[in-house]
Design a protein around this ligand. Structure first.
Ligand code: TRP
Length: 390
């Protein structure tokens, strides 16, 4: 049942969901590699083509001796494009939740980059926020490709970028790859291909539940669906029940009505400006963006963007403030958070003030966005930690 630890209710609530980590076991990783090769899946091809074009320009932003920190290491062609363009790199730090994925990535790279010290970091970096000693004193550049940022809703994406900012430290930069394609006619096939690879990838979560949690899902009775949700700006992945049925999982009986779905994954297609808003609130400032566009035969466009951002410099941070609102969302109080690029308040502090999380919004005044930004959802989107560097 370890797979569902921390999320025991995902399948017992009216709108069924599963945690994203369910996708990536060995078979899931193999299927994802196959997705990247699909004619319909533009994300990998667009990003690789773009990095090939801009690698030397990107190199202009990276100082000699820098540590390159990659989130979700894959030892992919993209990593190699960067490593080739950055011969002066001091070390490479791939970070991945899976030790197996890291071992594989590192083994694949050492032969080709024998002079490059590689310090893999396994585990959840949000829990152990320190770079390996080998990166000490070096300029730090993060690399977060693959539009993985789009798998997070905006509040989680902000929190993630904030933690990355904290890990990489003052003076660091971050190279972020994000898909901006928003044409349903291009997006739906990218997540529902003719060969059924994405369908197999999605259904693999049920295979895992059967194997690891003693469930009895009949795979033939669940259909893969990819839907463009224009209101939310995201592709949603679902597994839809083909019939009324009851599935047993860990001794529980879970009823599905015909057509009812398990919502397994989202892929948000943020506008570039939306992404800038998220990044700003997390302590990053846009340095440069490259957009790669391709026009499809039907006239619609695939758009992929690579952005390089710099951590706010001390003394140049936007002023962050926490606004407490009452139930009608009228401001009651504004508390400045001096010298911090992001406002933060813990659950305990909220309770101490007699406030519920839904009564709190964060505002930030960033030089690049003169209008204050209100976070998209009320609640604790911020980090529970100050981003000040000492
Ligand atoms: N980051 C990828 C994306 O959203 C991941 C992905 C590709 C994916 N295809 C998928 C996730 C299908 C779930 C299902 O583009």
């Amino acid at each position: 049942m370890a797979l569902l630890r921390g999320d025991p209710v995902g399948l017992s609530v009216p709108r069924k969901t599963l945690p994203s980590k369910c996708f990536y076991d060995a078979e899931g990783s193999r299927l994802f590699e196959a997705i990247c090769e699909l004619p319909e899946y533009h994300v990998m091809r667009m990003e690789t083509a773009q990095l090939t074009d801009i690698a030397s320009e990107l190199a202009g932003f990276v100082r000699d001796g820098a540590a390159l920190v990659e989130f979700g290491s894959s030892a992919s062609a993209k990593t190699r494009l960067l490593l080739d363009a950055l011969p002066g790199l001091g070390c490479y730090v791939p970070i991945d939740i899976s030790q197996a994925a890291l071992d594989w990535a590192v083994a694949a790279l050492v032969d080709d980059y024998p002079g490059l010290p590689t310090w893999p970091l396994a585990g959840d970096f949000t829990v152990r926020p320190h770079l390996p000693d080998g990166a000490d004193g070096r300029p730090v550049v993060g690399f977060f490709p693959g539009s993985t940022i789009g798998n997070l809703p905006s509040d989680e994406a902000t929190a993630f970028l904030g933690r990355v900012r904290m890990l990489l430290g003052a003076g660091s930069s971050l190279i972020l790859g994000a898909d901006h394609t928003r044409a349903a006619s291009l997006l739906v096939p990218a997540y529902d291909d003719a060969q059924g690879v994405t369908a197999a990838f999605n259904r693999n979560v049920l295979v895992r539940l059967n194997r690891e949690c003693g469930a009895d899902f009949d795979l033939a009775m669940f259909e893969h669906r990819a839907v463009w949700n224009a209101t939310e700006g995201r592709v949603e992945m679902h597994l839809a029940s083909r019939t009324d049925q009851v599935v047993v999982l860990g001794g529980r009986r879970i009823a599905f009505a015909a057509g009812e779905t398990i919502h397994t994954k989202n892929s948000y297609k943020y506008h570039p400006e939306q992404l800038d808003g998220l990044a700003t609130r997390a302590g990053w400032e846009l340095a440069e963006r490259w957009l790669h566009r391709l026009t499809a035969p039907n006239g619609k466009e695939w758009v992929f963007g690579t952005t390089i951002m710099n951590a706010w410099h001390r003394g140049r941070e936007p002023k962050a403030r926490i606004a407490f609102t009452d139930r009608t969302h009228q401001f009651r109080q504004l508390i400045p958070v001096p010298g911090s690029s992001i406002a933060s308040i813990s659950g305990a502090e909220c309770r101490g003030l007699g406030l519920g999380l839904s009564q709190i919004r964060c505002l930030s005044d960033a030089p690049s966005s003169p209008n204050r930004t209100v976070c998209d959802r009320p609640g604790l989107w911020c980090l529970g930690e100050s981003l000040n560097d000492t």
